[in-house]
Design a protein. Structure first.
Lengths: 362, 519
């Protein structure tokens, strides 16, 4: 057992000094936490393997004040480590079948006569298109954004809540910002999105930067500002979208500059965006979620930031709330069958096209 | 039409079949793993353990079980899991046989396994400890400490509990200090150590520990009180039971039924009884009191409440400066009211979809109920209430004073503050339990004061009948806490089984009668 403990202490040894920076009390605490993790593992709790535990994770563990907090964090890490592992295994399997196929092909390179080869339509056979590279698609989507910057409606994403969120919440926010950027540029008429109050040193920005490493490049069509929306846009045009206010948003205003707060509130449910808009004297609106949807019990009425932007995009497009609110997750609504008959999930089915058409006509 | 619905159904099916990913052995979360406890129980019912060597088969069973496809259970955690399950089903014999098995395999049990074993030892020895058990506990703890320069809080906790039963119980204090460095100390440990302090005649130490628990906003467990009762019995110090009762009285905590049963069994005093709504004890016929806040306590509570619940961290979250100024002006010029109403809470008491006609009539009934008793009424509501039907709103305006907050502010804190400001005797009508606002007071002292004040002042609207007559659930005429009336002690307790006191607060009392502690 002595040996075992020494081994567990040795593994993160490189990072150990860097984390504690010579603080004796902190070092003691870290050692205890490492031992605590080991005991939890022996006890059959879900704890990731020692190889998975990086110096960064130990640093986060040190910041958690309670044992139950650390146990929950370890459980979370365990799940993500399993997911990563499973992904890797699947990838390897795929690669194996691909290589097998390739080897088979090489064995019989000219199995098809030229006529048959020409008749068969598909990849690596006869094809009228050249292969589209990712960069081609990126350029195409970005060109839409450039057009939006010149002519499109502006939308502000208020990234000034990083201090009010925990590390995990910041992480989720960054992910959602990434998603909404992608969804927006895929739309045929995207918003000109401005990320405002974006402090370059904040945890949120650092995580966002991991997703979009080109975000600060000049030629990249993304507007990020350290300034507030108040300094950038005329105040009377601003409308803060906050779920805590009482006034519902009626019809979509094509002249307004809507502001969406980049906040994930898993821990702290204080109405921060409401307070901010009230303090600054900006018009507030909320989505008419209760007017159009039958909510089920349990999962709450919160929406992610990318869902909000998707709703706004559809609303700008059609002006139809019934259609735009299809982005609200089905599990939150009381009657799944009727709802899924009314709204379609995908753009690609013929019905969704017809309903879109109907939405236009309505 | 029919075809279309069929079509829709089909697309739904396709859609859902896409969403439900095929369950493979690889996807970890797809199949729910059996809980470790259930799995070991199944293994134990399949493999009979007669001699230590049989444990190999138990382990093999667990490893080969279908719920272990992801290989979550392995050599690294199986010992802790088995010992944990044996602890929960309280099988000391099996646990000892498992330790023997580990010895025969020449493996030293790891910290988790030993911790679980120590915990099991504590559970089986806490009522009566034998010499052999004491020796075993001490030697295991010694060994753990010899082998490890540092220890984690879980293991330390598992060591402190059985150590508190032994002659080296004072080591627990070092352990508590060590636990505090990385975690908080659980009530279980505090209570166990306090219990041993009582048994070892270190009464002051024990009371200090219990007060420390209270200051952390936790409640001590019965084990400490039971051991105090036991000590008193052994030393024939029945009179000192008063100390225990005084502790309950001062801390305003409620004890559990087992403590009351302990008192009844060990000393020939007291009787379980029911208190009438008026506060009359069915046993001794004396009348229980309402414990009022002193003027100083009351103004302190008011101040703290204003600071924590109304202003809070950011004024804009709950209100805005303009509204705040209006509110302060209103409060300063406010006269004293007999009743403060939570307007919207009353209006919405039978659901929020009844429409303004029903809402306003409800509120009118409640106001008229109090006006008939000639009481002055203050109603707090929101601005949008002015759009209610004219005649009813007119009646409300005529018969009560009104303060309306903006539609986007919270109104509960204002209600409570108005009631606090209005004076000690003002009644509050609301069905809200105000737990959130109590939480904001942070310190246990203020939480107690708040509770004491609100539980005597709050009326709950039960229903309004068809004739517009309102009925209320009103607070009882006594406080549910330990009290000494005319030299007779009365102790409320939490009944076994259901943990709440809401319904049966008047049924679960212990009356000591006139013969005890009356001097």
């Amino acid at each position: 057992m002595v040996l075992l403990i020494i081994i567990t202490l040795l593994i993160p040894d490189r990072g150990l000094e860097a984390i504690t920076k010579g603080d004796k009390e902190l070092e003691h605490k870290l050692k205890v936490i490492i031992l605590e993790t080991e005991v939890l593992r022996q006890d059959g709790k879900s704890v990731p393997s020692n190889e998975y535990m990086t110096a960064e994770i130990w640093e986060n563990m040190l910041k958690l004040p309670s044992r139950s907090g650390r146990t929950k964090y370890l459980d979370f890490l365990f799940r993500t480590s399993k997911k990563k592992h499973n992904k890797l295994v699947k990838k390897l399997e795929k690669r194996k079948t691909y290589e097998e196929q390739l080897a088979n092909k090489k064995l019989s390179p000219k199995s098809l006569p030229i006529e048959e080869h020409a008749l068969k339509y598909g990849l690596s056979f006869n094809n009228i298109f050249i292969r589209f590279n990712d960069s081609t698609m990126n350029n195409f989507y970005n060109s839409r954004l450039i057009q939006a910057i010149q002519f499109g409606q502006k939308l502000a994403i208020d990234c000034g809540y990083d201090q009010n969120m925990t590390k995990r919440e910041n992480q989720y926010t960054a992910k959602q910002l990434n998603l909404l950027f992608a969804e927006n540029r895929c739309n045929h008429d995207p918003f000109d999105i401005h990320y405002v109050n974006l402090n370059k040193e904040s945890e949120l920005t650092k995580m966002f930067y991991k997703h979009v490493p080109t975000m600060f490049d000049k030629e990249f069509p993304m507007n990020s500002h350290e300034k507030s929306y108040l300094d950038l846009f005329p105040k009377q045009k601003l409308v803060y979208l906050t779920p805590h206010c009482r006034e519902e948003m009626g019809s979509f205003d094509h002249d307004a500059i809507y502001i969406v707060g980049a906040i994930v509130d898993k821990v702290n449910h204080e109405p921060l965006s409401l307070a901010k808009a009230k303090r600054e004297g900006i018009t507030m609106r909320k989505f008419p979620l209760d007017r159009y949807l039958q909510w089920g019990s349990g999962s709450g009425k919160s929406l992610t930031i990318n869902q909000c932007v998707a709703i706004l995009l559809d609303l700008k497009d059609t002006g139809n709330w019934n259609y735009a609110l299809r982005h609200v997750p089905r599990r939150k609504l009381s009657d799944t069958t009727t709802v899924s008959n009314n709204f379609k999930h995908s753009y690609n089915t013929p019905e969704s096209f017809s309903s879109r058409k109907k939405a236009y006509e309505a | 039409m029919f075809l279309r619905t069929l079509d829709n159904k089909l697309t739904n099916q396709i859609f859902y079949s896409f969403r439900n990913f095929p369950k493979t052995a690889l996807s970890f979360s797809a199949t729910k793993r059996l809980s470790s406890e259930d799995l070991i129980q199944i293994a134990l019912s399949n493999v009979k353990v007669k001699k230590p060597g049989d444990w190999t088969r138990v382990k093999e069973f667990v490893f080969a079980h279908e719920s272990n496809r992801s290989q979550f259970y392995g050599a690294h955690n199986i010992d802790g899991i088995i010992m944990g399950t044996l602890g929960r089903i309280e099988r000391l014999d099996l646990a000892q046989s498992y330790l023997k098995y580990l010895q025969s395999e020449l493996t030293k049990p790891n910290l988790a396994t030993l911790g679980r074993y120590l915990r099991l030892l504590y559970d089986s020895a806490k009522d009566k400890i034998t010499e052999a058990q004491e020796q075993e506990i001490l030697s295991i703890c010694m060994e753990i400490q010899r082998n490890n320069s540092i220890l984690d809080s879980r293991t330390l906790e598992n060591m402190a509990l059985p150590l508190s039963l032994t002659k080296e119980w004072q080591k627990c204090f070092n352990i508590i200090q060590e636990i505090k460095r990385t975690s908080s100390v659980s009530t279980t440990v505090y209570s166990a150590v306090a219990a041993s302090a009582f048994i070892n005649n270190e009464e002051d130490l024990a009371w200090n520990l219990l007060n420390e628990v209270l200051s952390l906003d936790k409640l001590p467990l019965s084990v400490a009180f039971l051991s105090y009762i036991e000590v008193l019995k052994k030393q024939k110090r029945k009179v000192d039971l008063v100390k225990l009762l005084t502790f309950f009285k001062e801390s305003e905590m409620l004890c559990h039924e087992e403590v009351v049963n302990g008192i009844l069994k060990d000393f020939n005093v007291g009787q379980k009884t029911t208190i009438k709504f008026s506060g009359e004890c069915q046993n001794c016929l004396s009348k229980l009191k309402k414990l009022e806040l002193t003027d100083a306590e009351f103004s302190e509570l008011k101040e703290v409440f204003f600071k924590n619940a109304i202003i809070g961290k950011d004024l804009f979250i709950k209100t805005n400066p303009d509204e705040m100024r209006k509110f302060q002006q209103f409060v300063n010029s406010m006269e004293q009211y007999d009743v403060v109403l939570d307007g919207l809470n009353i209006a919405y008491s039978t659901g929020v979809q009844k429409g303004p006609e029903v809402f306003s009539r409800k509120l009118c009934s409640v106001i008229s109920h109090f006006r008939q008793q000639n009481k002055s009424v203050l109603m707090l509501g929101r601005v949008h209430m002015t759009r209610w039907p004219k005649n009813n709103w007119h009646y409300i305006k005529k018969n009560s004073s009104i303060f309306l907050t903006q539609n986007i502010s919270q109104d509960d804190p204002y209600l409570l503050y108005c009631a606090l400001h209005s004076g000690k005797n003002t009644i509050i009508v609301s069905r809200d339990l105000m737990r959130g606002h109590k939480f904001l007071l942070k310190e246990r002292k203020y939480k107690i004061l708040f509770n004491r004040w609100l539980s005597q002042r709050q009326y709950f609207l039960s229903y309004v009948d068809d004739n517009g007559k309102a009925s209320f659930r009103i607070p009882p005429h006594f406080s549910v806490m330990t009290q000494k009336i005319d030299g007779i002690w009365h102790v409320p307790y939490i009944p076994e089984g259901n943990g709440t006191l809401n319904e049966s607060y008047h049924k679960t009392w212990l009356c000591f009668g006139r013969g005890f502690g009356s001097n």
